[in-house]
Design a protein around this ligand. Structure first.
Ligand SMILES: [Zn+2]
Length: 131
């Protein structure tokens, strides 16, 4: 159950959510990289014709409406790695694939094996819809 909150505050927070639902368009998670380029994160299998067997991909920040695609059929550990990897591309576009790989592997390994980070099933639905 929610904690006791100021009723006015609660009402104010609910309004924008209703507005989003009415538009019918799914609202994906977005973020801006250090240069202020807005990215949308979508759980979608990367196009096989372009990215054979890829777990994810990140579009060029100079392109139109850049997106990150994450294959939704990955193991949770692979998903963690892929998310970190693709986000790294979005922030450090000039970095080589090898650099991004090593960065993503180091961070995800630390989170997974040392810190015990795990994804819970209930979160998955939220992530697919992008909140
Ligand atoms: Zn990459």
């Amino acid at each position: 159950m929610p904690r006791k909150t100021n009723p006015k505050k609660t009402a104010a927070l609910k309004k924008p959510k209703k507005a989003k639902k009415k538009s019918g368009k799914p609202k994906y998670f977005t973020f801006s990289n250090a240069e202020g380029v807005k990215y949308e994160v979508v759980f979608r299998k990367p196009d096989e014709r372009l990215f054979e067997g890829a777990d994810g991909f990140c579009m060029d920040p100079e392109g139109e409406k850049p997106k990150i695609h994450i294959n939704p059929y990955l193991t949770k550990r692979n998903e963690l790695n892929t998310i970190i990897h693709e986000f790294a591309h979005a922030f450090f576009w000039e970095a080589t694939e090898n650099q991004v790989n090593k960065f993503g592997n180091a961070v995800s390994k630390f989170l997974y094996t040392e810190c015990g980070w795990r994804k819970t099933e209930s979160k998955r639905k939220t992530l697919y819809r992008g909140k």
